[in-house]
Design a protein around this ligand. Structure first.
Ligand SMILES: C[S@@+](CC[C@H](N)C(=O)[O-])C[C@H]1O[C@@H](n2cnc3c(N)ncnc32)[C@H](O)[C@@H]1O
Length: 251
């Protein structure tokens, strides 16, 4: 775990939090990707105890509440995000914690039916420790579902509609960006290969049930695409998965 990276990312997430209110939240798994109505990964949620890793503005937890989850727990690094989540969830009982996902902050062990993370897990500075902690929070038979940028996606650049490889997919490590969401908010984002996510899940003791390289959601059927060089675009999403989604089970 890198305390320096965590501190820097925390500061920057506090700066940009307002751009993310209600973005990247269930039932969406990610930009242009199939949604929970299409994938049905969570199954029945009534009376389930759920924990959201990187809960952001709390909108995925609000979705869990609508589906009848009995306990809503969430962890996020940013105070600004946690404050927004408290507002989002003010009508329902919740347990929210401002902390890095890679730290053991004493959350209950063998307690949750479902742990999930929507577009947050890749921020961890210690994937192995994070997956081990998540495994420890789950009851035997509990599920862990997460979505994140498809690991190759960040390496695909579009120029006048021609998609090419940028940099090396082989090199794992961290990349520093000086601006985030157009703000002066330096962030450090780890880059990992698809195999690293899968192997770390296996090492933590999970059985992988499903690996999804997203297709475009049927909500975009019939929508014309324009050639676009934006990081996320319908044009790019129809040619390459924006999002990886993995469901694992604690045996
Ligand atoms: C795109 S947002 C997630 C949206 C959220 N999952 C939802 O459902 O609405 C990514 C979140 O990851 C959080 N984050 C970044 N690094 C983190 C870390 N090391 N531990 C916990 N949360 C982290 C950020 O503060 C941010 O709220």
């Amino acid at each position: 775990m890198s305390i320096e990276i965590i501190e820097q990312n925390k500061k920057s997430w506090n700066t940009v939090a307002h751009h993310f209110n209600g973005k990247d939240a269930l039932p969406s798994y990610g930009p242009f990707a199939q949604r929970e109505e299409e994938l049905g990964l969570f199954g029945e949620l009534s009376n389930k105890k759920v924990l959201d890793i990187g809960c952001g503005s709390g909108h995925s937890l609000a979705y869990m509440a609508e589906k009848g989850a009995s306990e809503l727990w969430g962890v996020d690094l940013s105070e600004a995000q946690i404050n927004t989540a408290r507002e989002t969830l003010k009508e329902v009982k919740n347990n929210l914690f401002c902390a890095p996902m890679e730290s053991d902050i004493g959350l209950p062990k063998k307690y949750f039916d479902v742990v999930y993370s929507i577009y947050a897990i890749g921020w961890t500075t210690d994937l192995a420790a994070t997956f081990q902690l998540i495994h420890s929070y789950l009851k035997p038979g509990g599920s862990f579902i997460f979505s994140w940028d498809h690991p190759l996606y960040a390496h695909l650049k579009s120029q006048n509609g021609e998609i090419h490889l940028d940099g090396s997919y082989q090199n794992e490590g961290v990349t520093q960006y000086e601006n985030f969401k157009g703000e002066e908010a330096p962030v450090v984002i780890p880059k990992r290969k698809m195999a690293t996510y899968i192997n770390e899940l296996i090492k933590a003791g999970f059985t992988i049930e499903s690996v999804i390289e997203s297709d475009v959601s049927s909500g975009f059927d019939g929508v014309d695409e324009e050639i676009s060089d934006r990081y996320y675009s319908l044009y790019k999403a129809r040619r390459f998965p924006t999002t990886m989604i993995i469901k694992s089970i604690k045996g």
